[in-house]
Design a protein around this ligand. Structure first.
Ligand code: 3PY
Ligand code: ZN
Length: 636
């Protein structure tokens, strides 16, 4: 119980406790006997039955959930050789050379990361990926890479899914040893929303490689080379993987008035190549790269730089297959796609259809289409489990050229607007988003800079304020913290600088700075702080703590602490089937849940009683045939 006090302690939750805090309180960490693991699991299920999963607030109309069929594969067959084997054989420089010389087009499958981040608010659970990971790697070894990690998945794993993101990575690596695994990294912001000490980011890169990442797609939310270059260096120094650095695409290069014109992107691409990147990514996070612009951009890049080019887009407008066609014709080396059932709209273009499109061309690649379509069907069925997280967007929209909201943000902005009571004013928010972008000087908008614009737009709409109000009475307004931090320089420097007048209004008396935000942060003393961390969290996880746990804690102290508390209370919930994780169980329903390799629980839910005067409800289960009754606090 005293541990709970500590875990609730504000200083502790912010990650700022010191050695003495622990040393002076030696008995704070004596835990009660941990309850049986099966009991903890049925307590979790009972809690979802009685109170619902807090992540699923309002279920309007639950669709009929059907069993998702896993496409067949031979568990005993060896893995066919793939790109991971080639990287191991060639090393990163020669691998990049090989890629550049390839005639056929290559495909990166984003289903395990960006597709669900952009369609389902990042809620895809590991169990649904792991069911198909091995089979996919065996059936489709010609896939260039699988994007499986980074971006928002790290945070959402811990915060909402109560999973350890590092464990997800390890398990996917084990299931797909032959194909390159790729992650998205927000430059000096790692997988977070703010700058971290340089040595924390470097350690993060080293651990990500150790645990399974091969391709590090690095970007900076303002396309600031000073943030991109050190990350390229960390990948080159600490791994034998590939540093893929991005130009984040915004505006329209065919619009002669855009400050983000072809010269701008070519210069950035050259800077990225000179900084040592093995691959260049065009990261079109909002899906603004129109087909003819793609043809021009890719042709220019292919003639100006010597590293392969990897194109990423979102199909929000619904014309991005045409963009890929033009880019493929212009010589792009790899394109990002998502399996049919999780493709389109704010996600990536359709993997299955794109393979069909390229079949008759010179750059064709052979995929077993029947199998590839089976995987699409699998995701169609699984997608239904996540229906509360759908954005509601039903058709492609040309609005995106106006608001320029990234695909990954769009699926989150709607629930955020709903939680602020602004559901009916969503289009006002998207229109304001565009006005705020102009006010801020037309910036690159991708996490976390996109969040700053989104926060400001929601703040203005919810307070019925206009851009003119900001300019006229801004001194008396207190703006969202993310906006103030942005203008201070905490996310780096935008192309062309900050608009001075707006900066003055937002910052009031605070002084901005122009050097790297990370330079203002104390390096981590890993030896000392890891030891402190282990002392605090030593009991509760049922295993030895690793450096990866410490990194999760340093990146997200509060979120990690809540995850830890959840684990202490309910144990491992990662293997609970998704329909039961979100919606509980029906009386008479039986499920099997794997606890450890070879140890499976058969759980049957019988019924719940009524609340006693303390609000406690009995929930009756059978676990491997034995009745188990757990008491659940009814929170209604
Ligand atoms: C992320 O940073 O999570 C993104 O997907 C940006 O596009
Ligand atoms: Zn994306």
């Amino acid at each position: 119980p005293f541990l709970d006090n500590i875990l609730q302690h504000e200083k502790f939750r912010e990650g700022s406790v010191t050695v003495n805090f622990i040393a002076n309180n030696p008995d704070l960490f004596k835990l009660k006997e941990t309850r049986n693991r099966a009991t903890r699991m049925v307590e979790f299920l009972g809690d979802v039955v009685v109170n619902g999963n807090p992540d699923v607030k309002e279920i309007i109309e639950k669709p009929k959930l059907i069993k998702a069929d896993v496409p067949a594969f031979d568990r005993n067959a060896a893995y066919p050789k793939g790109t991971k084997d080639l990287l191991t054989e060639l090393g990163p420089e020669k691998f990049a050379e090989w890629l550049k010389n390839e005639k056929k087009i290559h495909f990166t499958d984003t289903t395990f990361r960006d597709a669900h981040q952009s369609l389902l608010a990042t809620r895809m659970r590991s169990t649904d990926m792991l069911k198909v990971a091995e089979g996919f790697a065996k059936n489709h070894p010609e896939t260039f890479s699988m994007e499986v990690w980074g971006g928002a998945t790290f945070d959402v794993c811990l915060r909402f899914l109560k999973e350890n993101p590092w464990e997800r990575l390890q398990l996917l690596r084990k299931a797909m040893p032959n194909i390159l695994l790729q992650m998205l990294m927000r430059g000096s912001n790692g997988v977070g929303y703010t700058a971290y000490p340089d040595n924390l980011i470097e350690k993060f890169v080293a651990e990500a490689w150790e645990n399974g990442v091969d391709i590090f797609r690095i970007f900076d939310s303002l396309n600031w080379m000073k943030s991109i270059a050190p990350c390229i260096e960390y990948v080159r120094k600490n791994t034998s993987g590939l540093a893929e650095a991005s130009i984040c695409y915004t505006g329209d290069i065919l619009d002669k008035n855009s400050k983000y014109n072809l010269e701008y992107y070519l210069q950035l691409a050259k800077d990225i190549e000179n900084a040592g990147a093995h691959i260049l990514a065009i990261k079109d996070m909002a899906g603004l790269l129109k087909p003819y612009a793609a043809g021009e951009l890719v042709s220019a890049l292919k003639s100006e730089i010597n590293i392969p080019v990897h194109l990423h887009t979102h199909d929000t407008s619904s014309i991005q297959a045409a963009t890929y066609l033009k880019a493929i014709e212009a010589g792009v080396d790899v394109v990002d796609v998502a399996l049919g059932g999780l493709s389109g709209l704010t996600s990536q273009p359709n993997f299955n259809s794109l393979v069909e499109m390229t079949k008759s061309g010179e750059r064709k690649v052979d995929f077993n289409m029947e199998k590839l379509n089976e995987y699409s069907h699998y995701w169609e069925a699984v997608r239904k489990y996540y229906f509360p997280f759908e954005s509601g967007l039903k058709a492609g929209t040309a609005d995106v050229y106006k608001h320029e909201i990234p695909g990954g943000q769009y699926s989150n902005l709607k629930p955020q607007a709903e939680s602020l009571g602004l559901a009916s004013r969503f289009h006002e928010i998207t229109a304001m988003y565009s006005k705020v972008n102009k006010l801020f000087g037309d910036i690159i908008k991708v996490t976390p800079s996109s969040k700053v614009v989104g926060d400001m737009a929601q703040y203005l709409v919810s307070n019925n304020l206009s851009i003119e109000d900001v300019m006229e009475k801004g001194e008396n307004l207190s703006f969202p913290q993310s906006v103030v931090n942005f203008f201070k320089g905490d996310l780096g420097q935008p192309h062309g600088g900050f608009p001075a007048e707006v900066q003055k209004i937002i910052l009031k008396d605070q002084k901005p700075y122009t050097d790297r935000p990370n330079a203002h942060l104390e390096p981590i003393d890993f030896e000392k702080e890891f030891k402190e961390f282990c002392d605090i969290f030593k009991e509760g996880m049922g295993r030895k703590l690793e450096m990866t746990d410490f990194l999760s804690y340093k990146l997200y102290p509060k979120v990690f602490t809540e995850y830890f508390n959840h684990y202490r209370k309910f144990g491992e919930v990662m293997n609970i089937p998704t329909p039961n994780f979100f919606y509980g169980m029906q009386p008479g329903e039986e499920i099997t849940v794997e606890m450890d390799k070879g140890k499976t629980l058969l759980i049957e839910f019988l019924s719940v009683g009524t609340a006693d005067e303390d609000g406690l409800v009995d929930a009756f289960f059978k676990v491997n045939g034995q009745t188990r009754t757990v008491k659940i606090q009814d929170k209604s």
